[in-house]
Write a protein that binds this ligand. Structure first.
Ligand code: SAM
Ligand code: SF4
Length: 346
């Protein structure tokens, strides 16, 4: 395990259709898809209430607690840290946490994943605090579709944030786009063209069954292979040599002029579980060894019960030993985790 993703808040200022589909537009979208596919509405979506409750502040790990876990994790071999959420920039003083993590030494890659809406206020301070990289989520370049997908009028803010991150010297700025059939799959080429023109690293991600309403359906997943075939039909793409990095989740291609690159992350149709070196820490201090884990051991009793660093290290090792062999999407026994991506920390 080299890579720890830390959710620092479970709250969010967006309502993305694939994550927290609570808007009328999201509901209409899923309803129209079920109607068009003549599929019965999934029973779970009819009956299962939204599966999150905002955790009270006292249950969230403090910055000191997060920093302690990272310090212990570094001694066990962690090398990459990504701050995420919910929307991480909703939490107060994120640069203070970044600074504390930087001061530990030994983090080879310290990054944040954000929807970008609040980045303008914090970008410079994050950079000064030692943050290495920023990944933005952006699924559409069309203002109307952006609103439909995120529940918020925020395209201009996110585009400005991406530009700002580049001018602050963050490299290479990454953009993640979740692709959903019939919603934004017509924008694949436009997004790729844009990434090329702006020298961005764009990742197309398959839609995973991690939305809070359990509205995911396989028909809505655009398989990674289809995405690649479409992009190859339009652009001259040069495969990136990834032989030195077997744990990378994206298959990557560069543009021939060296500006920007695209990648495809296909956890649903081409699982990469065998190479996975990731752990996740939720905002309320639970460790997840897989996005689809059904169990989340809680570190709070140790952190708040006087455990030593050695106790914490032993517990982390024990948890990692129980890491799942792989996710079960598509198998008869697949069970969607109770919490959505926004609570788990993507
Ligand atoms: N709020 C921040 C953001 O959106 O960048 C960070 C947290 S968000 C949960 C992290 C990533 O998870 C985003 O890039 C988002 O697109 C992705 N994500 C959320 N739900 C997903 C789903 N059901 N399938 C695939 N990716 C998903
Ligand atoms: Fe969208 Fe990220 Fe918020 Fe989920 S956590 S609703 S992906 S912005």
């Amino acid at each position: 395990m080299r890579d720890l993703r830390i959710s620092i808040t479970d709250r969010c200022n967006f309502r993305c259709l694939y994550c927290l589909p609570e808007t009328e537009e999201a509901k209409d979208f899923y309803q129209s898809k079920w109607d068009a596919l003549r599929n019965p509405q999934p029973a779970a979506a009819r009956t299962t209430p939204i599966q999150y409750d905002w955790k009270p502040k006292a249950q969230l790990l403090t910055y000191e607690e997060i920093t302690r876990i990272v310090r212990v994790g570094l001694s066990l071999g962690l090398r990459k840290i990504r701050l995420t959420g919910g929307e991480p920039l909703l939490r107060r003083d994120v640069p203070v946490l970044v600074q504390a993590l930087t001061a530990l030494g030994g983090i080879e890659d310290l990054a944040i994943t954000t929807n970008g809406f609040l980045f303008a206020r914090h970008g410079a301070a994050l950079r000064a605090a030692g943050l290495h990289r920023v990944s933005f989520s952006l699924d559409s370049l069309d203002a109307v579709n952006f609103r439909k997908m995120t529940g918020r009028d925020g395209l201009a803010e996110v585009l400005a944030a991406i530009e700002q991150a580049q001018s602050l010297g963050f490299t290479a700025v990454k953009v993640n786009a979740v692709v959903i059939r019939g919603l934004n799959d017509h924008e694949l080429e436009t997004l790729a063209e844009w990434a090329h023109s702006r020298a961005l690293s764009l990742r197309f991600i398959e839609f995973m069954p991690l939305d809070s309403s359990r509205a995911w359906q396989r028909d809505l997943v655009v398989p990674g292979r289809e995405i690649v075939a479409r992009l190859q039909a339009r652009f001259d793409l040069v495969p990136v040599d990834q032989s030195q990095n077997p744990a990378e989740t994206a298959r990557r291609w560069a543009f021939p002029d060296g500006r920007g690159e695209i990648g495809v992350i296909a956890p649903v149709t081409e699982p990469f579980c065998g190479h996975c070196n990731r752990l996740r820490l939720t905002a309320d201090g639970r460790v997840r060894t897989c996005l689809f884990s059904l169990e989340e051991p809680d570190l709070k009793p140790l952190l708040r019960g006087g455990a030593t660093d050695a106790d914490l290290a032993a517990r982390l090792v024990e948890i990692v030993r129980g890491k799942e062999a792989g996710h079960r999407i598509g198998q008869a026994d697949f069970v969607q985790p109770a919490r959505s991506m926004s609570c788990i920390g993507g």
